[in-house]
Design a binder for this molecule. Structure first.
Ligand code: SF4
Length: 76
């Protein structure tokens, strides 16, 4: 699993590409991983993390945002 680094996030944020962001309120329920397995994974602390991708569109991120019980996911 290759995670999105802060450097990559910074670079992508300066382009037109929308990037999913998971905040610190994640409780590790894994709903987002089940829905958008190409985008999210759980780290060793059972927190959702964003994988490094070229494009996050059409990968059910909006469905993961809707399913997250603590509203931890947003687009940046
Ligand atoms: S759905 Fe929300 S709470 Fe559950 S793992 Fe994903 S970000 Fe965390």
């Amino acid at each position: 699993m290759t995670l999105l680094t802060e450097e990559q996030r910074e670079k992508l944020s300066k382009s037109w590409i929308r990037i999913p962001y998971v905040n610190e309120t994640c409780i590790g329920c894994s709903a987002c991983v089940a829905i958008s397995w190409d985008v999210f994974d759980l780290d060793d602390e059972w927190k959702s993390v964003v994988k490094a991708l070229e494009n996050y569109e059409n990968l059910w991120v909006d469905d993961s945002i809707s399913a997250c019980p603590v509203n931890a996911i947003s687009w940046k």
